[in-house]
Ligand binder design. Structure first.
Ligand SMILES: [Zn+2]
Length: 492
């Protein structure tokens, strides 16, 4: 987590709801056909403008102005030859290790640092840019938004142990899932086609875009169940490889006089130094403790609990999924304002509330019950009551909130566990825990003809990272590399 605003999300959902009121028919810029759409171009723009701050709050903007500029320049070049050349596209690099790219109506296009680290040439990046610009020009978001709104009520945050706890975790995520539109297979295929068209027209070899689907396939395989959004919502990478290759060849045969760049070395030089994998400076777990080097606090995590860190909160869930804890920041100025706000927000019946100090920090401990409103009888109401222990802690000019949530019957079993974590919140002063650095991609020149594995080892790559680096380089470990060739390594 990092210091961010929390109140954007509600605004975005309100806007989306408001958009439903309007209803108009417009011509699709790509197909030229008239279609029923709930959004005019100005409404699309408004949606992009409203969602952009929440997306920035959820992921954080990657702090590298040269890379931001690079993506913007290439993106704007492509937007100019697209079906909506007059739309004011925005391109942003997000600070996430997840390999992902997505677009929001109105021309907002986002690439993670994770996907930029995994491209192996400019043509791959341009292909994916074309795909995302394609979602915008073909107005997939505007069409999809309407279906998505109907699902809004049923959305549950993925990481949360149980649906009845979902409300305590990140309303943010609910807003975001709405924005991370799940496009249909037809929309994906149309965007792949537009990706080929747009990247070819800007002079890049679209066969490379197909090649990137092989990288996606390998990441998907290595990740197992943990499939990021971009991967899970998109069609099978194997099929896309075949289809995009065929379309790229057809496009090049139809325009034989044009030249198609790959630009491997130029691209690799651009991403030299990009942060790779998780960034521990934004919080990390080590030996059953959570450390936050930037905000300078730490607290213990119950052993065997699952954890998930995002810019807005840190979540912990027991392995039996009967209890969870969440650390987040309160927008209110004082501890008692924050405590009142939580009671109102979650409609809690306060059982106990007292002022205290935790490791020298001013704090409030509150216990409240949330009784279901739709219970049929008293017995059902008791069974489904959720008990929430919340500790509010003032530290370094900010008010921290730690929730411990369990069903009322399970609560006594977890009370000590909750207290142990909450009472363990303290200032982080250990410099060995504060001075942590992320891995970065380093571009190296191969000394001698060798296999990729030999070359990586010559740059001191640990054996445990070899497989991962083969994927990062878009090669097999047994592939030959030659003297003078550039490859990606990682260094702290
Ligand atoms: Zn897509």
């Amino acid at each position: 987590m990092n210091i961010m605003q929390f109140n954007y999300f509600a605004k975005a959902s309100t806007l989306i709801a408001a958009l439903l009121v309007f209803n108009n028919c417009s011509r699709n810029p790509v197909t030229g056909k008239k279609e029923l759409s709930f959004m005019s171009e100005s409404q699309e723009l408004a949606l992009g403008q409203e969602s952009d701050p929440s997306i920035q709050a959820e992921f954080g903007v990657y702090p590298d102005s040269l890379l931001q500029q690079y993506l913007t320049i290439r993106g704007k070049e492509m937007a100019k030859i697209s079906h909506r050349p007059n739309l004011d596209f925005q391109f942003k690099v997000m600070d996430s290790e997840v390999v992902n790219a997505f677009a929001v109506p109105g021309g907002y296009v986002y690439f993670t640092r994770g996907i930029l680290a995994h491209f192996n040439n400019e043509a791959q990046m341009m292909g994916v840019l074309g795909h995302e610009i394609g979602h915008v020009t073909a107005r997939h978001g505007a069409q999809q938004q309407t279906k998505q709104i109907l699902l809004q009520g049923g959305l549950i945050v993925g990481m949360i142990a149980s649906p009845k706890f979902a409300q305590y975790a990140e309303q943010a995520s609910q807003g975001l899932q709405l924005l991370m539109l799940k496009y249909s297979r037809d929309h994906e295929s149309q965007s792949d086609k537009l990706g080929v068209e747009y990247s070819s027209r800007t002079g890049y070899d679209a066969k490379e875009m197909a090649g990137f689907f092989q990288t996606i396939g390998r990441i998907q395989e290595a990740a197992g169940a943990n499939i990021p959004t971009f991967l899970s919502t998109h069609p099978d990478p194997g099929d896309r490889y075949k289809n995009v290759t065929a379309m790229a060849i057809a496009e090049q045969q139809a325009n034989p006089n044009k030249s198609y760049d790959v630009n491997r070395d130029g691209y690799l030089r651009r991403i030299d130094g990009i942060v790779y994998g998780e960034d521990p400076r934004q919080g990390y777990v080590d030996n059953n403790n959570f450390y936050h080097p930037e905000l300078k606090f730490e607290f213990p995590i119950p052993s065997a609990w699952k954890t998930h860190n995002s810019p807005t909160q840190f979540q912990m869930a027991s392995s039996d999924q009967k209890a969870m804890m969440i650390l987040t920041l309160a927008p209110e100025k004082t501890l008692s304002e924050a405590a009142n706000a939580i009671v109102q927000k979650h409609k809690l019946k306060v059982v106990d509330q007292r002022n205290t100090t935790i490791n020298g920090l001013q704090a409030i401990v509150q216990i409240g019950d949330q009784v279901p409103e739709n219970a049929q009888n008293a017995q059902q109401a008791t069974q489904n009551t959720v008990r929430v222990m919340t500790t509010f802690i003032a530290y370094n000019g900010m008010n921290y909130i730690i929730h411990g949530v369990a069903g009322i019957a399970d609560f006594p079993q977890y009370e000590r566990t909750f207290l142990n974590t909450m009472n363990g919140f303290r200032a982080l002063t250990d410099y060995s825990k504060i001075n942590v650095t992320p891995y970065r991609v380093r571009i190296k020149t191969v000394y001698n003809d060798a296999t990729l594995q030999e070359a990586l080892r010559s740059f001191n790559t640990p054996d445990s990272k070899l497989k991962e680096l083969a994927i990062l380089n878009g090669m097999e470990l047994t592939d030959r590399v030659t003297r003078g060739m550039l490859i990606k390594t990682i260094e702290k």
